[in-house]
Ligand binder design. Structure first.
Ligand code: AMP
Ligand code: ZN
Length: 484
């Protein structure tokens, strides 16, 4: 039974979708004004683990992940270069997805951009004006917090004398507001100023928070299951999203809220403004693998802070290599039909009979999978989930050295690895297992070439495969391949 901590209720709750088997989730994505740093990616890798684990549990997932492609930093940087905000953000959007993919994240179902959803934002603001939750002042539109008594229910911030909640991103609006806590929904922009959009309540551009209300409700409906993001977004961003959305619809906005803790460096939060950050590319340039970076980012449960160190990253590098080697070893043994140690016991083990009475590998794999699921069910405890994998690796390695594994045992271990990896994505794709499908496709293409008497292409493919260490054998049953 999946349970996790819901920021909204401050309770660890059993997860229950609102209607059927589908989970609708929204995750606040990056502001595309620069390269994302690995702190940002800690939050995004967790979102990836969350979606993958929900699928592992048998849910259908609809995951919306926005790109913030308009804010003051973007407007200022584009203006400095005398280019449009689209021209300015385009390369950063591309770099973002390159890094996102390289880190092994699955692409969310919907990845909307703020600037493509201005009409939806205008619609919500118009509703809020109409029902008294928003007002105009000096041409800009503000949210009237006094009209939403539940304001503060997510962050539980006491507002007397403290409106910033320690946030670095509190709106600093220069216009008159009814109440200091009120925040801008729409900022007045003069006729000749860019960027600006026409709205029934005047030309302007959106405030920071309205985009996420608009994009989440457009794709997920007025009420959905999960909303997630980094800890710093709890206030004011998520509090304001709730006020806007629930103020407009009168319905619950999101049932569960999950907030990821920070990645720190020397115990200080990693951030662009502090300058104490590494991008994914910085670390790749220093020779670290994407897999090790991913492993490090997910190795600590998301609600605990993670302190980045190069020793930690080096450790992650050795760990992912060990995992990759382990899978190759088990896989190779299966492919060759014998134990890699080549011992007598291994030969016997392969007949399956003796090991059917003593399927130690299967037991180890089954226990590991149970522990893995129990750990992930417990507020996404990735550290304990990894420990269950490492326990299995140790046990199976010992077994392989001692007595070998039966074909059934090997199969069981490989299947469990696939299950772990469907959630964590840490075993990597460079090794034999991933190669198999590539090899098979080439073998098939070579057969096709031969059928078409295209011997030049067929020879080319044979050479290409030979370079990969693959040997082809023509048998009466067709072409077989094996590794050299
Ligand atoms: P931004 O691009 O600034 O809008 O941030 C994108 C996401 O990264 C947000 O969910 C932030 O909360 C998150 N974030 C920013 N810094 C960190 C950090 N040091 N550790 C974890 N998440 C972070
Ligand atoms: Zn957001």
């Amino acid at each position: 039974m999946l349970k996790f901590f819901n920021t909204l209720t401050r309770q660890t709750e059993e997860f229950r979708p609102l209607e059927n088997n589908t989970v609708r989730m929204y995750v606040c994505g990056p502001t595309v004004w620069n390269f994302a740093h690995i702190g940002n990616f800690r939050t995004f890798v967790f979102a990836d683990i969350l979606r993958r684990y929900l699928k592992f549990k048998g849910y259908e997932v609809k995951h919306v992940f926005n790109l913030t492609d308009i804010d003051d930093r973007i407007i200022n940087e584009a203006a400095k270069r005398s280019i449009s905000i689209d021209e300015f953000t385009a390369p950063f959007i591309q770099y973002f997805w390159e890094d996102f993919d390289a880190l092994g994240n699955e692409r969310p179902e919907v990845t909307p951009r703020a600037t493509h959803h201005i009409a939806e934002m205008i619609e919500i603001i118009a509703k809020l004006i109409e029902n008294g939750h928003a007002y105009e002042s000096d041409g800009s539109i503000y949210y009237r917090i006094a009209a939403f008594p539940e304001y503060g229910k997510l962050s539980r911030i006491k507002f007397e004398g403290n409106i910033t909640g320690g946030s670095e991103r509190i709106d600093t609006d220069k216009y008159e507001k009814e109440d200091a806590r009120d925040f801008a929904l729409w900022k007045l922009v003069s006729e000749d100023e860019e960027p600006g959009w026409d709205a029934p309540f005047g030309r302007g551009r959106p405030g920071w928070h309205i985009e996420c209300s608009a994009m989440s409700m457009k794709y997920l409906g007025e009420t959905f299951e999960i909303h997630a993001g980094g800890q710093d977004l709890q206030f004011p961003h998520h509090e304001n999203e709730i006020a806007q959305s629930e103020g407009a619809t009168g319905k619950l906005f999101a049932k569960y809220w999950i907030h990821s803790e920070f990645l720190k460096i020397d115990d200080v939060t990693m951030s662009k403004s502090k300058g104490n950050f590494f991008t994914f590319r910085d670390l790749r340039d220093q020779g670290y693998s994407a897999l090790a970076i991913r492993y490090l980012l997910l190795s600590v449960p998301t609600r605990k802070q993670l302190n980045f160190t190069f020793e930690g990253l080096q450790g992650a590098e050795s760990t992912v290599e060990r995992l990759r080697n382990f899978r190759s070893l088990v896989h190779d043994a299966a492919a060759k039909g014998r134990n890699p140690s080549g011992s007598e016991g291994a030969q016997n083990a392969d007949c399956g009979m003796r090991n059917a009475e003593f399927p130690a590998g299967r037991v180890s794999a089954t226990v590991a999978l149970e522990k893995f699921e129990a750990a992930m069910d417990d507020d996404f405890n990735t550290a304990a989930a990894l420990a269950s994998i490492h326990d299995m690796v140790r046990e199976v390695n010992t077994l392989m050295n001692k007595q070998g594994l039966s074909a059934g045992d090997r199969q069981a271990v490989l299947e469990v690895i696939e299950k772990f990896d469907s959630v964590l994505g840490i075993f990597g794709c460079e090794e034999v297992v991933c190669l198999d499908s590539e090899v098979e496709a080439l073998v098939e293409e070579r057969q096709e070439a031969r059928r078409n008497r295209n011997f030049a292409r067929s020879d080319e493919i044979r050479d290409e495969l030979a370079e990969k260490g693959i040997i082809l054998e023509d048998t009466k049953d067709g072409v077989r391949w094996k590794r050299r």
